[in-house]
Structure formats: C-alpha cells, structure tokens
Write a protein that binds this ligand. Sequence first.
Ligand code: MN
Length: 128
Amino acid sequence: MNGPKVLLVEDNPRNLKLARDVLEYAGFRVTAVTTGEEALPAAREVMPDVILMDLQLPGIDGHTALSRLRADVRTDGIPVVAVSAFAMRADRDRALAEGFDGYLEKPISIRDLPDQVRRHVRPGGGVG
Ligand code: MN
C-alpha cells in the first residue's frame, strides 16, 4: 500500500466518512482530523502529499489553519485544497488568493474526487 497520503480536515462525520471511503478505495492512504487545530500537528506527523481542508470548521476555520500550515517550514510546501459548501465565485477567488492550491465545492463528487485530489499530489508523492 503506497498510494499518496492525504490528510482530511472535516468536522462533519458523514462528509468525512464519504471522502475517506472514496479516497481509500482509490488507493490513497487517509488520515483524518475534525478540527483546524489538529491539522498542523497531524500534517507534521504524517507529512501528507496533499491536504483537503474544509473551510467551515469549529474553532479555527480552514483559512486560519492554512495560514498556520504556511507559517511552518515543515508544512509550508504541502499542497492544500479548500473544500467548501459556498458555491460562490467570491469564496473560490478568496481561497485561491490566500494560497490554497485548489478549491472543491461540496457536495464532493464520488466519481471525480480521486482525480481531483490526485491532481494536487506533489511530485514524488505516493512512494514514501
Ligand atoms: Mn465543516
């Protein structure tokens, strides 16, 4: 089992289970946390190839969690994809402007999610 490592940050249990199931079925190695506070220590420990970050979280939100990841030299280079239910152009533009590497709208597409995530895996990811 040497698929790409993905860290899921998602507070909704059903959304989390769905994303985990879809990505594991597609060969990803999935680690999941349910708060933004947990994202930075989990990223340091796992060193994922890509992070899927829900923007609406209890406690610190996905925007703040991203800034913490970017402020740490160990996690600064990890691609982070925003996931949001806000199907608004301004929300997407804001996320990309503040440094997210991609943006996915909820509900996620079961069919497309693996490719959408794989697209952001950093080069060399999925071998370590
Ligand atoms: Mn949420």
